[in-house]
Design a binder for this molecule. Structure first.
Ligand SMILES: [Zn+2]
Length: 259
């Protein structure tokens, strides 16, 4: 069943008085909306950001997005064949996402914005536990609707490549979000893959948010490692993730549900 659009979330942009009735009211409402969107976009264009923000992005206005750049500080994550550190790629892609969502009017909660971890213990294992606990707690407190955990993959077989999105098997929303992001990533990634359920992502089980883990590519593949360091490719990945989230939300809250 289609849910009604939550007008309060996008009150700044949405014309509130869409009353079911004569077509003329609906049509003029749409015209008003387009005019507002036009002003909005022309302002964006003046700031040289319009190319980054698709026309439907207003659906993201007011939505809280939690972005977790995996690893950091003492924990480098995976190390690429040519020594790229996963924590750096994760943060670079996450910051691009932060900008895209912020431009679209979302409230973005970044779990880290620099090279750091959130553990204090000397034991690395204990420190990792503290770090994860902090991230989960902060994400929960953010009351985000969407939680994006950004990682990069590594595998013994260097031939493996391509971005892949994971969700917890018990989360229907997570599955839909993961499939939506995967679909967008498949347009820009080095290989088409399928979103996959995975129990082992600790962080996804401990949250009520619609949560996914995005592995942006394989640092164990030399070609992909090189691309993951390129700002243009990082931006393409961020745009695809952004688009995937937008498409998911658009399906979840159909605007045209004039019933
Ligand atoms: Zn990782």
């Amino acid at each position: 069943m289609a849910k009604h659009l939550n007008y309060s979330r996008i009150s700044g942009l949405m014309h509130r008085q869409i009353i079911p009735g004569p077509k003329i009211i609906l049509v003029s409402s749409i015209l008003v909306l387009l005019a507002i969107a036009g002003i909005f976009l022309s302002q964006k264009a003046a700031m040289h950001t319009a190319k980054d923000v698709p026309g439907w992005s207003w659906i993201l206005g007011g939505v809280t997005i939690s972005i977790d750049a995996g690893h950091g500080g003492v924990d480098p994550g995976a190390v690429g064949v040519n020594k790229t550190l996963e924590k750096d790629v994760n943060l670079q892609v996450s910051k691009r996402l932060q900008l895209l969502f912020t431009q679209a009017g979302s409230k973005v909660v970044m779990l880290r914005e620099q090279d750091q971890d959130f553990g204090t213990s000397l034991s690395l294992l204990q420190r990792k536990r503290e770090d994860l606990a902090y991230r989960i707690q902060t994400a929960m407190e953010s009351q985000a609707k969407i939680y994006l955990s950004i990682h990069a993959n590594s595998f013994s077989d260097q031939r493996q490549h391509g971005p892949q999105v994971f969700y917890h098997p018990e989360s229907e929303g997570g599955k839909l979000l993961a499939e939506s992001i995967q679909q967008s990533l498949n347009k820009v990634g080095t290989k088409k893959r399928e979103a996959k359920a995975n129990q082992s992502y600790f962080i996804l089980k401990n949250t009520d948010m619609v949560a996914v883990t995005i592995e942006v590519g394989f640092l164990s593949n030399p070609e992909e490692e090189k691309r993951l360091n390129e700002s243009a490719y990082q931006q393409q990945l961020a745009m695809a993730i952004f688009e995937g989230v937008g498409n998911y939300l658009a399906k979840e809250q159909p605007v045209a549900a004039a019933d």
